[in-house]
Design a binder for this molecule. Structure first.
Ligand SMILES: [Mg+2]
Length: 233
């Protein structure tokens, strides 16, 4: 039996699975460090402070660029004891706007892989983050037509997946989720009784890194391998 015969529906993550995302945050971190560090006392790690602020703010402002912008401003003010100039805050906010307006950059092989998988399976998109930004990326990506359903969620946890699959009348054992984050795209789906294929991206946000797990799933090097994996056994 081919792997693909076990699934009716294949779900895809979006950020760093279909298109680049984390790279832009990495650039923003570097910009933050360059702009803010000169105003912070010596010995203060401004990026550490930013990461901690981001993590603390997730329950309050969620994921995505707008939440990140608020964390940058908050961390800049805090680590400099209020000494950061308004012009620097302005640059941080401008950079966040640039991130929001940046055109979608698809990862190699994505349209071809979606077309191939879509020929044999129903496919859906589940992405977390800011509703406006994620919706804009989906709509401008040219990929929207591939998906039977698209859902932007607040978080990718067990309860959320259960609710979304239930809404779509998808039975978890017949569902395969494909994504770059073991924590968000794979482990909750396995726990629900579904299946996962991990396609790592070259950078993973610190918040998404999991070191210890005993999840049973396959890992592919590129999304281009997915049609062959589904056809194989
Ligand atoms: Mg992702």
């Amino acid at each position: 039996m081919a792997n693909g015969d076990r699934f009716d529906v294949v779900g895809f993550d979006a950020d760093d699975t279909l298109w680049r995302s984390e790279d832009f945050f990495t650039e923003a971190h570097e910009r933050f460090k360059a702009l803010v560090e000169p105003y912070a006392p010596q010995g203060v790690d401004v990026l550490d402070a930013l990461h901690a602020t981001e993590s603390d703010n997730i329950p309050i402002s969620g994921y995505g660029v707008k939440a990140y912008a608020l964390s940058m401003v908050q961390a800049a003010v805090t680590v400099t004891g209020g000494q950061v100039p308004a012009s620097v805050i302005g640059e941080l906010v401008d950079h966040a706007h640039e991130m929001l307006m940046h055109p979608v950059e698809l990862l190699p092989g994505v349209p071809e892989a979606l077309a191939a998988v879509g020929a044999s399976h129903r496919i859906v998109l589940i992405t977390k983050g800011d509703l406006v930004h994620q919706t804009r990326k989906v709509r401008t990506s040219g990929l929207e037509h591939h998906f039977e359903h698209i859902r932007v969620v607040l978080d990718k946890d067990l309860a959320t997946y259960r609710r979304v699959l239930d809404d779509w009348s998808v039975d978890p054992p017949t569902f395969l989720m494909v994504g770059n984050s073991v924590k968000s795209d794979i482990l909750p789906i396995l726990e629900l009784g579904g299946h996962g294929v991990h396609i790592p991206y070259h950078v993973t946000w610190a918040h998404e890194v999991v070191h210890d797990h005993d999840g049973d799933f396959d890992t592919l090097t590129s999304i281009s391998e997915l049609p062959g994996w589904l056809a194989g056994g």
